[in-house]
Design a protein. Structure first.
Length: 271
């Protein structure tokens, strides 16, 4: 359907549907965000600070002639969110040094020719314990299982159920206080992409939808709280948390991932 005053289509649920040509712009934006996260890998080590990592991201965005979507967004002043250990999301870069065994999620969103590329992945400073390695693996695999159900005719509830059923089957929990989102020419748009749900529930997937899937998984309970800085979200029980995020486009037969790692570095144990 076409809304009054608009020259593009929306579903009955208010979700914008993009054209085949729009996929090109999203691939360009997603490729830059992913490239930056590929290149930052070698800078993550014990003794490093997250503010240095953030400066690297900012410099790379500027060098590419792109724009950081997060600098100035609702007052935020950094080119990335970097969430360590029990920080679930929206961690603010700082001068605190990483310790051996720390895990961190780096989340980057760039604007390239008006298109938003949004992705995040996990990194490890030093050596991983077996328990934490399993948390990262389950989170990574839950994202891939969710992406596999993306095709016209399935629902957003199917996406959430794929994540929830797998994660809870591994005796971990899915964060419910934050979710994925639509994107394209704007940072956040309908739909909300929940990481839990019932099969067959929610809006039906249609060709031309753009959105993120970004499950956050905790070793302990799912509850979170936001700290006094109004950004940093942490697990209430201080258990470790992990997250992976891709930006997705729905095609006539399935999906395209806009934020694939060209260097196969999306998972922190790349070889």
């Amino acid at each position: 359907m076409i809304m009054q005053g608009e020259n593009f289509r929306r579903t009955r649920d208010g979700i914008r549907l993009f054209s085949d040509a729009d996929f090109v712009g999203m691939h360009e934006a997603g490729a830059l965000a992913s490239q930056i996260l590929d290149e930052i890998c070698d800078l993550v080590y014990p003794g490093q600070t997250t503010e240095v990592l953030d400066k690297f991201v900012e410099d790379k965005v500027k060098a590419a002639g792109a724009i950081s979507a997060t600098i100035g967004y609702r007052g935020y002043q950094h080119a990335s969110c970097i969430s360590t250990n029990h920080v679930v999301c929206h961690g603010i870069p700082s001068s605190k040094k990483l310790k051996d065994g720390d895990i961190l999620n780096i989340d980057v969103t760039v604007i390239v020719n008006g298109w938003y590329g949004d992705t995040s992945r996990m990194y490890v400073a030093g050596k991983l314990s077996r328990k934490v390695e399993r948390l990262i693996q389950v989170t990574h695999d839950s994202l891939l299982k969710a992406i596999e159900v993306v095709k016209p005719g399935n629902t957003f509830g199917d996406i959430g159920h794929a994540i929830q059923s797998y994660v809870e089957g591994e005796r971990m929990s899915v964060v419910r206080d934050f979710c994925g989102h639509g994107l394209g020419r704007v940072f956040h748009a309908p739909p909300n992409v929940l990481h839990y749900g019932r099969p067959g529930s929610g809006p039906v997937l249609e060709e031309g939808m753009f959105f993120t899937i970004e499950p956050m998984v905790n070793l302990g309970r799912p509850e979170t709280k936001v700290l006094a800085d109004d950004w940093t979200a942490v697990t209430r029980d201080k258990s470790l948390s992990a997250q992976f995020e891709h930006s997705i486009g729905v095609t006539s037969t399935g999906y395209e991932i806009f934020t694939l790692s060209k260097k196969n570095r999306f998972h922190p144990t790349y070889s």
